[in-house]
Design a protein around this ligand. Structure first.
Ligand code: NAG
Length: 177
């Protein structure tokens, strides 16, 4: 019993540690991060992703600063042959490269980090979504171009596995026309 509790404690500690250890791009420069990105890869363990993953395609995401200094992230995708737009506002935190967001519709909170980027080629991002006691992870690999070098795809793959995501939940998204 005691050792059971002890290992639960250690497990919880590790789970908290793992999340705290998700890095953020050092010396993050937001003014270089804005602009157009393509979602090249996506990995998640959320129910939404599980249901949709067969049908997901690459989309275009435009990031612009808002008037009050936060980030406007607008993605364009097509559904049933129609173009749709989805906007999310990411609020700055005291750590550059780390943002928070909420969804009143779903009652969720998001912790979003730009894990690694060189600004003109790729950006690896991490999103932790919590809704009550449920926690989901999403990793997105963005590219300035629609196709990224195999090394970058591999970096995304490896990082996703390190976040505890299953192989079957790690996708390189099909191109849209
Ligand atoms: C976010 O950007 C989109 C596309 O540029 C724009 O249509 C929308 O009004 C912006 N929303 C906010 C809240 O800034």
């Amino acid at each position: 019993m005691k050792s059971g509790l002890l290992s639960l404690g250690i497990f919880l500690l590790c789970a908290i540690q793992a999340q705290a250890n998700v890095p953020v791009q050092p010396n993050f420069e937001e003014e270089k991060f804005v602009g157009t990105w393509y979602s090249v890869g996506m990995a998640s363990n959320s129910k939404w992703f599980e249901q949709k993953k067969e049908h997901l395609k690459m989309c275009t995401t435009v990031i612009t600063p808002t008037a009050d200094g936060h980030l406007n992230v607008t993605s364009t995708f097509s559904r049933d042959g129609q173009k749709k737009e989805k906007t999310k506002i990411l609020f700055k935190t005291e750590q550059p490269g780390r943002y928070r967001s909420t969804s009143s519709r779903w009652g969720s909170e998001y912790d979003i980090r730009v894990v690694e980027t060189n600004y003109d080629e790729y950006a690896l991002t991490y999103k932790r979504k919590s809704k009550g006691t449920e926690v989901f992870t999403m990793v997105v690999l963005y590219g300035r171009t629609k196709i990224l070098k195999p090394e970058l795809q591999e970096k995304f793959h490896q990082f996703s596995l390190e976040q505890g995501l299953a192989e079957s939940g790690i996708l390189i998204l099909p191109l849209t026309d």
